[in-house]
Structure formats: C-alpha cells, structure tokens
Design a protein around this ligand. Structure first.
Ligand code: 7TS
Length: 414
C-alpha cells in the first residue's frame, strides 16, 4: 500500500501528489490540472488498494452469514464505522449511519426526524447559500407537514447575515439546517454560534458538512451539532458512501427511513419491530466496499494531519485570490473573511461555460454552472459562475497555469 505518512512538520505537496495516480495523467497533450475538487475529489492509492483488497480477499455480505468471509466483511464494515466516528469525534459508533452521501443524509433527517414532528406553525431555517440538497428535502417535508421554510440572507461578500439569523429564530423554529462550508462561495459559516442560538430556542441543528470534511477537522461534540452529514467522494473516498452523524437521544426516537432487510428485530404481517440505530437506518445490503474505502480515505487524511492540510490550503487560497484578483474584468463571487479554498468567478463577457470549455483545452478542470445553488446565483445576479476548487494536492504552479489560461480567455472575448 502506498502512503505518504509525513512525520516532519513540513507539508511536501510533491510527495502527496504521488499518492494520487490520476494526478500524473494528461488531458490530450496537457498535464491534468484538477481544480474541480468541490464536485468530487481524487482518490489516493490507499483508497484504490482498500477497494481492490476488499473485493479480492474479504468480499461477502455483512451481518448475515456465519461463515468466515462474512465475519471478515462485517468486521471491516464495523471498523470503518469506528474510523468515521473518530473522524467526527462522535461519542459512539451508534451515532454513525452509513448513507449514500450528504443528499441521502439530509433526506433521512427531513423524513425521519422532521416529518413526524413538525406541523403547521413550525419553521425550518436554512440559508441563502445552500446547495439544492439542503433546500429541496426541507421543501418536500414542509409540503408534507405544513411547516414553513425560512431563509437567512447572505451579504454581498457571501457571508451569512447573523443579525438576520438571530431575528429569524423564535419558538416556532424547530430545525436549522446549514452548510458548514458553502460549495459555491467557499464561505465557512460560524456554525458554533448558529448552533448556540438555535439551541437557545430549543431547535435542532443539522450541518451539511459536504464541503467542510475535505478541508478541516470536525468535532461534533465540540460543535454540539445534532446532525452532521458528509459525502465520502468529496473527502478522497469512493462514490456512493457517506456518513450521517446523529445525536443518540434523537436517533433513538426516529422511525426508519427505508424499510427492508437488516433493520428489523422481528417481522410479522401484523407488526414489525426495528433494531436500534444505526442498523435501523441501514436497510438492505450496504455499500460495504465503499465504507472500507471511505475508512482508508479518512485514515489517509488523518495521517497527513488536518493542521498541515489547513495551513497549506490557507496559503494556496491566499495565492489564488491574489493572482485572480489581479486579472482585469474578473469578479470573484464570495469574498467572506472566513473561506475555504474555493474561487467562484465571472469574467467580462465570457460565459462561464465557455471559460470552462476553453480551460479544458489546456487540461484544466473547473466547474461552470449554478453549482446546484440557483437561489444563490440569483442573489448575486449571475446565471452561473466558473469555479476553481482546490485540494491539498494542488500547487501554486497549477494556479499559475489557471491564471495564464484565464488571461488568454479574456483576450479571446475582448
Ligand atoms: N451539500 C453541499 C454543500 C455540496 O457541495 C454538495 C455537492 C452536496 C450537499 C451534495 O452532495 P452529494 O455527494 O450527496 O451529491 N456539491 C457539488 C458541487 O459543488 N459540485 O458538484 C457537487
């Protein structure tokens, strides 16, 4: 297994890059410059190896067979739950539910926590910078229950309007669901304060951690979060696997989200009873290999160290912000004081899709579009942006390549 466990204080990006086979590939005759990490991150060899090792040596269904392989698969699956618990610093593995990703996690909370509890007169608070997957599940639940959705505005820099948030909160607020880090702006939200104020009103708080997990250490106990979700594929793990943390006392009273095998205690045609969490929320055969691959990814990140990742990315963000701000006609959307390494931008007359297409001819992968945040695009008066989103394996040389390519795009459209 290749792995660059770094023991010295310095972060050596070239050593880290060698762990990611795809980073050594080319697009046509240009070396790949991968700056679409907010959409999905690349995978280190340790994750690829964990997947192939699992299928080559341990594959069986979990919790079912008494045979040797099933036992091994079950141990691997449950060890992965422990790795995820450690990653979030949850107090128990019973609070860790494996899901397909952030989207499924939010839908689970909306349907299993929100739907049975909320009624007309109750309110759910979200923000103006949410990804559609932290909007639509709440809209669906509000339609079903008669509850109302309230939205905290975003200021011109892309920071949350905290005063407006405090004013929106009331005894009617039952749930607050907010991105820890915005995918389209990079804003890091003051979630600790958000949680404190919501709890003071008796509301439960869900954090969408899809864009936080790749960049920073997360401690759900320190945050005092009630629910926390992230996607494996954005944190250097496989697709189709993610984690929902739920506070034990809340999960205990929640009905199942999906029904099926492995989540029941007993089934009769008259009455079915359910297992306690987390099994209650994991109906059917889970993504066993995905969980094992995710654990390898979380371990990989832990081995590099969150502090080192954060320090390196802060430096990259400062560099890319300076370089891009110097390009004439370029407007950065999202300039909040607390930011992750995400740069959304527009450029003079060039449509973001044209920018992305031209950058692609240079081997540079960025995303263009509304980033599943249409209300946010409307707030900033743009139909779309181009977005460069960085990971700890990106380099200043790649940022230079991006800047040079954008300057060329500008010349073409001038
Ligand atoms: N929440 C946030 C903040 C996200 O950025 C995303 C995906 C999701 C939820 C949904 O995650 P999923 O893994 O369940 O799909 N964001 C993006 C993006 O910015 N570009 O592509 C996907």
């Amino acid at each position: 297994m290749t792995m660059s466990v770094q023991t010295d204080a310095a972060f050596d990006v070239e050593t880290v890059r060698r762990d990611f086979p795809i980073l050594a590939t080319s697009v046509g005759d240009k070396p790949l410059v991968y700056l679409d990490n907010a959409a999905t991150a690349q995978k280190p060899q340790a994750v690829i190896d964990a997947l192939t090792q699992f299928y080559a040596h341990h594959n069986a269904n979990v919790h079912r067979g008494l045979h040797h392989l099933s036992e091994k698969a079950t141990v691997a699956y449950e060890q992965s739950r422990e790795t995820a618990r450690r990653f979030l610093n949850a107090s128990s593995t019973d609070e860790i539910i494996f899901v397909r990703g952030t989207t499924e996690a939010i839908n689970l909370v909306a349907q299993s926590f929100g739907r049975p509890r909320l009624t007309a007169g109750d309110e759910v608070v979200i923000t103006g910078m949410e990804h559609h997957s932290n909007i639509v599940p709440w809209q669906l639940m509000c339609e079903q229950t008669g509850a109302a959705l309230r939205v905290v505005p975003v200021d011109d820099r892309g920071a949350l309007d905290l005063d407006a948030y405090e004013k929106l909160l009331s005894s009617r607020t039952k749930l607050v669901s907010i991105a820890h880090v915005s995918n389209a702006l990079g804003t890091v939200n003051p979630v600790q304060q958000v949680i404190r104020s919501a709890h003071a009103q008796g509301a439960v708080v869900m954090l969408d951690g899809a864009q936080a997990a790749p960049h920073q250490a997360i401690d759900v106990q320190d945050l005092d979060a009630d629910f926390y979700a992230f996607s494996g594929h954005k944190v250097f793990g496989p697709t189709g696997i993610g984690v929902l943390f739920g506070r034990k006392s809340l999960l205990a009273d929640m009905p199942p989200y999906h029904g099926g095998g492995e989540m029941i205690r007993s089934v009769t045609f008259e009455k079915t009873t359910y297992k306690p969490p987390p099994a209650r929320f994991e109906a059917g055969t889970p993504n066993i290999a995905g969980a094992v691959g995710l654990a390898a990814a979380l371990q990989y990140v832990a081995d590099i160290g969150h502090d080192r990742i954060a320090a390196y990315e802060t430096d990259l963000l400062q560099y890319v912000t300076e370089q891009m701000s110097a390009i004439e006609g370029l407007r950065i959307i999202g300039t909040a004081p607390e930011k992750a390494a995400v740069i959304s931008f527009t450029l003079d007359n060039a449509h973001p899709h044209d920018i992305a297409t031209i950058l692609d001819t240079q081997g540079i992968a960025v995303r263009a579009g509304h980033h599943c945040a249409q209300p946010l695009m409307k707030r900033f008066g743009v139909p779309a942006t181009a977005r460069a989103s960085l990971a700890f394996y990106n380099t200043k040389a790649e940022i230079d390549a991006l800047v040079q390519a954008i300057v060329k795009v500008r010349e073409m459209f001038h």
